[in-house]
Design a protein. Structure first.
Length: 153
């Protein structure tokens, strides 16, 4: 059996540094996006109110999503209907994931696809991939320097 890395991916990208938190499931559900957001909240442990931008998918208007936002001091923001520019950051990330990692890949199982995407994001994209919008630093290094500059003042 061969499995294309299709499935549904959800991710949270921190605007400051381009760091990605993510989740993958076989169906597009509120659980999928909540897992990705939980990953981001768990890593960052935000102290103040944080805005979370999404498209208008039904999973982002679910009661579970709204409750999670409220419980974690997050404010939801949705893109306008039919405005593809609101989703440009997401499209850019998925284009990189496809081009740099999964293009023309055939995985034997969904778990193999999940492991490969995990390795791309957690072992390459977040700690090593440089971004021109972040002074040509990786997301992890950019955050490290940013937070160090805050404590050095």
């Amino acid at each position: 059996m061969a499995v294309h890395p299709s499935g549904y991916y959800a991710w949270c990208k921190k605007a400051l540094s381009n760091r990605v938190g993510w989740s993958m499931k076989s169906r597009m559900t509120a659980e999928l996006v909540l897992d990705a957001l939980l990953s981001a909240v768990w890593r960052r442990k935000p102290q103040g109110t944080v805005m979370v931008h999404s498209d208008q998918g039904s999973q982002f208007s679910s009661g579970d999503w709204q409750s999670f936002l409220k419980a974690n001091h997050l404010v939801g923001s949705m893109s306008r209907r039919g405005n593809c520019h609101d989703n440009a950051v997401a499209e850019s990330f998925f284009q990189l994931l496809k081009r740099e990692r999964i293009k023309r890949q055939i995985y034997s199982t969904r778990e193999a696809a999940r492991r490969d995407v995990f390795n791309y994001i957690e072992m390459f994209y977040n700690p090593k991939r440089r971004h021109s919008t972040s002074d040509n630093l990786s997301p992890v290094e950019y955050e490290r320097r940013y937070f160090k500059s805050l404590t050095g003042v």
